[in-house]
Design a protein around this ligand. Structure first.
Ligand code: HEC
Length: 190
């Protein structure tokens, strides 16, 4: 009786492991950015991410949420984050919606204003595995990381001068091209 139960249990486990292996090995599991998510993928990934962040016990922001911080954060953001996370009043970057998961648009809708800056700090420092979100641990200083995380946490309350800092540079004026000798020859032949 016990033997039968153990044998049944082992067969069940083997079938499960085999099934999961087959799901991945046969190419049924999603691999492209445009594929729909795996069953439970988002739930499990978010659970694991939240558990890591809770365990990390990130200390409260080392710098205050004020105008000076937001202006400094805007400079960091424009250079390192805007290419994926977008700028205020601008169309989303071409790649933002073509990643899986999508890069959150920080200046549209809620962005991450409903997350404490500590949570965004953890993500910016460590990156998010199996997403396009890189780790900025050895790219930005701790001060810069807090500045940019205070900015995105307060993205809906920024002043005009912070917005100005986040405006894309106008394209450089193009100089009219001097006619090149090759062109002069080409036009002579016409
Ligand atoms: C190459 C593209 C890319 C760059 C550059 C990038 N990110 Fe991200 N980021 C992503 C993607 C993709 C996600 C989505 C991850 C997810 O949904 O779990 C993300 C997620 C985040 C999140 C969590 C968003 C949420 O909805 O919970 C924060 C905060 C964040 N990034 C901050 C930053 C900051 C700050 C910078 C600049 C210092 C930055 N990112 C630069 C691609 C990028």
């Amino acid at each position: 009786m016990v033997k039968g139960f153990v044998a049944g249990f082992l067969v069940g486990v083997l079938l499960l492991v085999g099934g999961v292996y087959y799901y991945f090995a046969s190419g049924m599991a999603p691999a492209a950015a445009g594929d729909p998510p795996m069953p439970f993928e988002e739930k499990l990934a978010n659970k694991s991410l939240n558990a890591h962040i809770n365990k990390a016990n990130v200390p409260p922001p080392a710098i205050p949420a004020n105008e000076e911080t937001f202006v400094a954060g805007a400079k960091v953001y424009k250079e390192h984050c805007a290419g994926c996370h977008g700028l205020p009043d601008q169309p989303p970057p071409a790649i933002a919606n073509h990643m899986y998961p999508h890069a959150t648009l920080m200046f549209r809708g809620r962005g991450v204003t409903d997350d404490p800056p500590e949570e965004s700090y953890w993500k910016a420092v460590n990156g998010v595995r199996l997403t396009g979100m890189p780790s900025f641990k050895n790219v930005l200083t701790d001060t810069q990381l807090w500045q940019v995380c205070q900015l995105v946490a307060h993205a809906s309350e920024i002043s005009d001068s912070v917005k100005k800092e986040l405006t894309p540079e106008p394209a450089p004026a193009t100089q009219p091209l001097a006619p090149s000798p090759a062109r002069a020859v080409a036009s002579k032949q016409e």
